[in-house]
Design a protein. Sequence first.
Length: 181
Amino acid sequence: MSSQENHPMVRTVASTQSEMTEIILPNDTNMLGNLLGGRLMHFIDVTGAMAAYRHARTHVVTASMDHIDFIQPVRLGDLVTLKSSVNRAFTSSMEVGVKVWAENTRTGAVSHVASAYLVFVAVDEHGRLQKVPQLKPETPDEMRRYEDALRRREHRVREKTRRTEAKLVTAALKDAGAIEP
Ligand SMILES: CC(C)(COP(=O)(O)OP(=O)(O)OC[C@H]1O[C@@H](n2cnc3c(N)ncnc32)[C@H](O)[C@@H]1OP(=O)(O)O)[C@@H](O)C(=O)NCCC(=O)NCCS
């Protein structure tokens, strides 16, 4: 395979699709026998990273997990399946969507239990930002997610700017003695 085939400038969403299935054991649950939210977030992070790795083909770090809906609890003994794919690639960052289903092993009933959006950033072994290939949405659903990802990115950028400005104002007020350090 040529280097161009290994590192194309554009990748499809299908080439990033990833999946993981876990069985929920007692160590993963709270006293009520429900899967701990933090454990589910770990599964989401890992499955999201798989899609990001497949797109970037370099190291990736999680920059944000900015939206998670916990729709219904996952029970001890359930099989949890997580599916991820890249929604949109920017310069060094990629938004990944992860959807989670739980399967009752006795009845076979499957329900959608959570969804999340994460941003991963491609870096080299020294932590320097790396450019990622662009993403080519092909189906109507992929195109919708591609468009929505841009709106969410704009919201994230606005939020980051707002937080940075708020920190600067607080630091200036502390320096001026207007508020307690
Ligand atoms: C993520 C990280 C590499 C960004 O580095 P940075 O110096 O802030 O980089 P920049 O501001 O130049 O942004 C680089 C890219 O990251 C994106 N980014 C930075 N912070 C982000 C955030 N909080 N949410 C989403 N995207 C973010 C930027 O939009 C930019 O994307 P683009 O290149 O596609 O336009 C850096 O903050 C980091 O290493 N964080 C820790 C990551 C980590 O340890 N994750 C595991 C947590 S347990």
